[in-house]
Design a protein around this ligand. Structure first.
Ligand SMILES: NC(=O)c1ccc[n+]([C@@H]2O[C@H](COP(=O)([O-])OP(=O)(O)OC[C@H]3O[C@@H](n4cnc5c(N)ncnc54)[C@H](O)[C@@H]3O)[C@@H](O)[C@H]2O)c1
Ligand SMILES: [Zn+2]
Ligand SMILES: [Zn+2]
Length: 361
């Protein structure tokens, strides 16, 4: 029997989100119904609400979540009712050209639930990143459920489902940060600070945090940054070069998603270094660079989709590191809020007051 639950819906471009009753179908073949315990508020949810991703309103927002599997559809064998899971937006297909070439973290044909969740009048909802977890229960593809050690608190586990994984993975998986490297991170929100944590886990010797907000830089220092640069007061390219023997950093991670910060990243890296773009730009943004500089500076310019993570490999490993006290995921949770406070959390995000607000159910 389909169920009615409360959920946060974005009905139109730029309008405040509303708390609505939605209809969640029973899981069909390959699907799972998950009772959500916690879901973080990511900047990408705000991008959806502002029409920056696409126009498929109404959206069911929320995608950084952990919860318990309530029921599964036909043919599901990997997860069972009662399992504690983190939801992922990379349920790899195993069949596409990326998967066949042994690079499933790029999977081009990831699975989502086939059935649609709807408003009471039958209007189909578009779940953010195929998840939609600002809801008491959500319907996903079973492959989107990654089992982890249930000893972890849901509020911190959920963050691995998007932003924190994206940041840690941008450093470790995409940027290939290694022992002794110098790393700069531009933009120290939830994603940028996770990149700092990832660089530290990987053994980086110098970690330079860049932001325009001193509060974010203080947090970055607690997370492991060895140096901080306020780029409103100081030219960040000069500052990063100055802190790296005049050369630039081995890896620069851009976690804002704007042309001017990308340009800073491009010029703040050493010759043959790596730029990782993990911030998400909007459709009207353009980048102009001298092609001779692109050639002459060498190295690689990479984008990081979801930290190039493989949920089944990375989520349990990071949860284990957290439970061993080697990865402080709790430091990312600025506040826990109720389901009807998501709009307020967006305001606080815009003001730079939070790393993560997390809805707990
Ligand atoms: N690639 C992925 O898979 C992925 C996953 C999750 C989020 N994201 C994206 O990552 C970006 C960051 O997300 P978040 O949740 O950390 O957002 P956030 O709003 O918490 O953080 C953004 C930070 O950038 C800083 N900033 C803004 N303008 C700046 C500038 N000109 N120079 C330096 N710093 C500046 C802000 O002060 C803030 O600290 C967003 O674009 C989001 O959509 C990407
Ligand atoms: Zn695939
Ligand atoms: Zn996200």
């Amino acid at each position: 029997m389909a169920q009615q639950v409360r959920a946060v819906v974005a009905r139109g471009k730029g309008s405040p989100v509303s708390l609505e009753t939605i209809i969640v179908p029973d899981p069909g073949p390959g699907e799972a119904l998950v009772r959500i315990q916690a879901c973080g508020v990511c900047h990408t949810d705000l991008h959806y609400r502002e029409g920056g991703i696409n126009d498929d309103f109404p959206f069911l927002l929320g995608h950084e979540a952990a919860g318990v599997v309530e029921s599964v559809g036909e043919g599901v064998t990997d997860v069972a009712p009662g399992d504690f899971v983190i939801l992922n937006w990379r349920a790899v297909c195993g069949q596409c050209r990326a998967c066949r070439r042994g690079r499933p973290w790029y999977c081009f044909d990831t699975h989502n639930a086939e059935q649609k969740m709807t408003l009471l009048d039958g209007t189909e909802l578009s779940p953010a990143l195929g998840i939609g977890a600002f809801a008491e229960k959500t319907l996903v593809h079973a492959g989107q459920c990654t089992k982890v050690d249930p000893a972890v608190s849901p509020a911190v586990a959920g963050l691995l489902g998007c932003g924190v994984m994206a940041g840690i993975g941008a450093a470790i998986n995409t940027g290939n940060v290694g022992r002794g490297d110098s790393v700069a991170v531009i933009g120290c929100g939830g994603v940028g600070n996770a990149a700092i944590v990832g660089a530290r886990l990987a053994g980086a010797a110098t970690i330079i945090a860049v932001d325009i907000d001193d509060r974010k830089l203080e947090t970055a220092q607690r997370m492991g940054a060895t140096h901080t640069v306020n780029s409103q007061a100081t030219d960040p390219v000069e500052a990063i070069r100055g802190l790296t023997g005049g050369n630039g950093a081995d890896v620069v991670i851009e976690a804002v998603g704007r042309p001017e910060t990308y340009r800073q990243a491009f010029y703040a890296r050493d010759l043959a270094g790596t730029v990782v773009l993990v911030g998400v730009p909007t459709p009207e943004m353009k980048l102009e660079l001298p092609l001779l500089d692109v050639f002459g500076r060498g190295g690689s310019l990479k984008s990081s989709w979801y930290g190039d993570c493989l949920p089944s490999r990375d989520f349990p490993m990071l949860v284990d590191l957290h439970l061993q006290g080697r990865l402080d995921l709790g430091a990312f949770v600025t506040e826990t809020i109720a389901l009807d406070e998501v709009e307020k959390a967006f305001d606080r995000m815009r003001n730079g007051d939070v790393l993560r607000s997390v809805v707990v159910f």
